[in-house]
Design a protein. Structure first.
Length: 86
């Protein structure tokens, strides 16, 4: 019994897409590139923000542990109203 492939199974979609390796047009590099925007470069340069924030967090932790940290209820309420109104 002989079975021949007719129809879709006989089509090789990759056969038509073969690249010529010896061609001079294929000398283009296919390496990936990474480009960082100017804004991201500026953000990387600003390390003072992270150090200031770390100092602020340490100060807050110290104040909370010593019991000196006081919450301004009026300011919290105002900020909550601003958040939920918009």
């Amino acid at each position: 019994m002989k079975i021949t492939s007719y129809g879709i199974n006989a089509v090789n979609a990759y056969k038509n897409q073969v690249r010529d390796v010896k061609s001079s047009a294929n000398k283009v590099s296919f390496a990936d590139k990474i480009e960082i925007s100017k804004t991201a470069q500026e953000m990387q340069g600003v390390s003072t923000y992270s150090t200031e924030r770390a100092e602020r967090v340490q100060q807050l932790k110290k104040d909370i542990n010593s019991g000196e940290y006081k919450v301004d209820a009026r300011k919290v309420a105002e900020d909550m109203l601003k958040y939920y109104r918009f």
